[in-house]
Design a protein around this ligand. Sequence first.
Ligand code: FES
Length: 264
Amino acid sequence: MPSSDVGVAGPSRARIEERTLRTDRWWLAPLTTFVVFSAFVVYATWRAFSGAHYYASPYLSPFYSPCLGDCVEGASDFGQPFAWFPFSAALIILIFPLGFRMTCYYYRKAYYRAFWLSPPACGVAEPHLYYSGESRLPLILNNLHRYFWYAAVLVGCVLTFDVVLAFRNADHEWGHMGLGTLLMLVNVIYIWLYTLSCHSCRHAVGGRLRHFSKHPVRYKLWTWVSRLNVKHARYAWVSLFSVALVDLYIYLLATGRIEDLRFF
Ligand code: FES
């Protein structure tokens, strides 16, 4: 080792001129994330701002649930306390699931790599000269994740209630099921898997304890959440697709482009 590479505290990093020595297709994952996230953001922005075609009785789009603004008849199961709100009702509620996902530990890794190239992949140098971490605005807001998790639990409860209501027909008679009910059911399962596999959930049920042996119930919950946590990235992706798919299905129903497939 050249003497110039040995500092006071020990050897420094090897000097490598190339941006990376990796020869595999390391760019594929961040590129895929970039394309898919961008497509979702475009779609979700269009749907959230449209303020229309979000309810096809008995189905309510998850982008608009709970519908607290000046919503169409039948869509507001929790009243309309924000009926005065002049814009799309989705904007009242979307801040919570959006904030939850934007501050998610997994999504942070994904969008730091895909959008900020910070770094784009393991073993690939980033283009930025300085790194301030999550200690300044706006990234310091990522520390709010645990609070968004509490809000996400409430949103999950509301979406579960929507699935129960979806076991009705268009005239609100109980005991019916259609393809929309099935899609909403699958979606809410993945929403819960994503929410309960969250790192903040793991901390909420098992964190700040000195001895697990004195808290057997919390220890049990912590082991369950830890098992789910391993698949958190997968749940993050699948729930993103499922929520968009349910919204698209309801949009197509509400605009009269398709008819709901009724099972019974
Ligand atoms: Fe991903 Fe909490 S870490 S939702």
